[in-house]
Design a protein around this ligand. Structure first.
Ligand code: PRP
Ligand code: URA
Length: 209
């Protein structure tokens, strides 16, 4: 079974409170999502492998460490996942960025795929799939299906807010994919929205309705 990590860093929790607030406008919402994505990227990369190398400082030659693992790929689920990409790239600037476009059918709540564009060397990369919201879990499961179908073997899923129902389904569907979240909320409401949540992430990020 996959692991679930809830990031309880005070800065993440503080910023998340303002992301949730109905008083927070589009500009500030966007900035806060970007900042939290950077903080989460710092935590999610803790297990990156290192290798020892030699470096000459102005004083002496010494042993020091550099990253040694596979190349990285970031895959935002469109639309709202886009809001987390730049924040992650601040820490992992060489990562390639794929896109998977999905929307939730408002009646059935089932994800509908409309766009997929991934780096050419999918098999050789460690992927982080990002989306602010994990609600029923349908979109995350479908995006990861899509990525695996094209050859990805190493995937993490990162979101801001998750519902317990979504986490459970995602773990069942993809037991090899660890889940990283800033907050595990209470439940889903009858419309498939996370309670208390933050509302519609895409609309709040892009100022649409
Ligand atoms: C939202 C959100 C997730 C999805 C989560 O996207 O950004 O992708 O819903 O819900 P689920 O876990 O029940 O699948 P939405 O479908 O509203 O599309 P958008 O990002 O284009 O607004
Ligand atoms: N998608 C959102 O944007 N918000 C929710 O609460 C659930 C799905």
């Amino acid at each position: 079974m996959s692991k679930v990590f809830v990031f309880d860093h005070p800065l993440i929790q503080h910023k998340l409170t303002y992301i949730r607030s109905v008083e927070t406008g589009t500009k500030e919402f966007r900035e806060l999502v970007d900042e939290v994505a950077t903080l989460m990227a710092f935590e999610i990369t803790r297990d990156m492998p290192l290798v020892e190398t030699e470096v000459e400082t102005p004083v002496t030659v010494t042993k020091s460490k550099v990253l040694a693992g596979k190349k990285m790929g970031i895959v935002p689920i469109l639309r709202a996942g886009i809001g987390m990409v730049d924040g992650i790239l601040k820490l992992i600037p060489a990562a390639k960025v794929g896109h998977i476009g999905l929307y939730r059918d408002p009646q059935t709540l089932q994800p509908v795929e409309y766009y997929v564009k991934l780096p050419a060397d999918v098999e050789e990369r460690d992927f982080i799939v990002v989306d602010p919201m994990l609600a029923t879990g349908g979109s995350a499961i479908e995006a990861i299906n899509s990525l695996k179908k094209r050859g990805a073997t190493s995937i993490k899923f990162m979101c801001l807010i998750a519902a317990p129902e979504g986490v459970e389904l995602l773990q069942q569907a993809h037991p090899d994919v660890d889940v990283y979240i800033a907050a595990l909320d209470e439940k889903l409401n009858d419309h498939g929205y996370i309670v208390p949540g933050l509302g519609d992430a895409g609309d709040r990020l892009f100022g649409t309705k």
